[in-house]
Design a protein around this ligand. Structure first.
Ligand SMILES: *[C@@H]1O[C@H](CO)[C@@H](O)[C@H](O)[C@H]1NC(C)=O
Ligand SMILES: *[C@@H]1O[C@H](CO)[C@@H](O)[C@H](O)[C@H]1NC(C)=O
Length: 221
């Protein structure tokens, strides 16, 4: 038994060392690129930022790190959203805005369609008979589960089933649910603010169950 275990562990230790070596190399490369981009005039900065993510994404192991989180994700989306073919497919930027797409912008100053709370909208949608799920990553430090629970409580909905775990196909707790009358609250265990970036498997399971109008599995299967 022990011999079998040893034999099984040996090659994976090598793989692990390889992965660590790659991660070190990538980190050093990243630091070099950051140093270069800091030294260059600002107009060259986008060029460097465009190169670095592709360099990293070509390395397989980078995405297989235990955390599963790729810190360059927002760089990829920025490049992607600025591609003319993508903009065309999305019917976006038809007015040919003279500057590139960015994640955040304060340029739109006439915005008046952002109510301070969406709870009245949720109530309206429930009354309209729509199926509503609210989900939250339970390691999200920006919009924490506790705050969302407090907000949902203010809707005053009857609880059909209180805080209980749901399971993934790996026999793991995927998160917890609270089933309200007219609304399902789902947490995703170990996910941060962008749930699918941190926990793609759980996020897909959540979406599939929502679309199929099925409850998440309440027991390991
Ligand atoms: C809009 O399109 C123009 C021309 O294709 C491009 O230069 C610009 O960066 C784009 N802006 C946004 C906000 O997508
Ligand atoms: C805001 O607009 C200016 C020019 O009108 C442009 O140079 C800048 O990139 C824009 N900022 C963002 C974040 O889109």
């Amino acid at each position: 038994m022990n011999i079998h275990l040893m034999a099984a562990i040996k090659p994976s230790t090598n793989t692990l060392m390889y992965t660590k070596l790659w991660i070190c190399i990538v980190y050093i490369l990243q630091l070099v690129l950051i140093a270069i981009s800091a030294a260059l005039p600002l107009e060259n900065f986008h060029m460097i930022r465009g190169v670095a993510p592709r360099l990293i994404s070509n390395i397989d192991e980078w995405h297989r790190r235990p955390s599963g989180y790729d810190p360059c994700l927002s760089d990829y989306t920025e490049i992607y959203m600025n591609r003319p073919d993508v903009q065309k497919a999305l019917h976006a930027n038809i007015t040919r805005i003279p500057y590139p797409w960015t994640h955040c912008s304060n340029n739109i100053t006439f915005w008046s369609d952002a109510p301070s709370s969406i709870l009245p909208i949720i109530s309206k949608l429930i009354a309209g008979g729509l199926r509503i799920w609210v989900y939250s990553g339970d390691t999200d430090g920006r919009i924490p589960v506790t705050a969302t629970r407090l907000s949902l409580k203010k809707l005053g909905l009857k609880i059909n089933q209180d805080w209980s775990p749901w399971y993934t196909d790996k026999k793991q707790v995927g998160g917890w649910t609270v089933e309200y009358e007219g609304l399902m609250f789902v947490t995703v265990r170990g996910a941060g603010h962008q749930v699918p970036s941190f926990k793609p498997r759980q996020a897909l399971q959540l979406l599939v169950h929502f679309l199929a109008n099925k409850k998440l599995p309440s027991a390991p299967f």
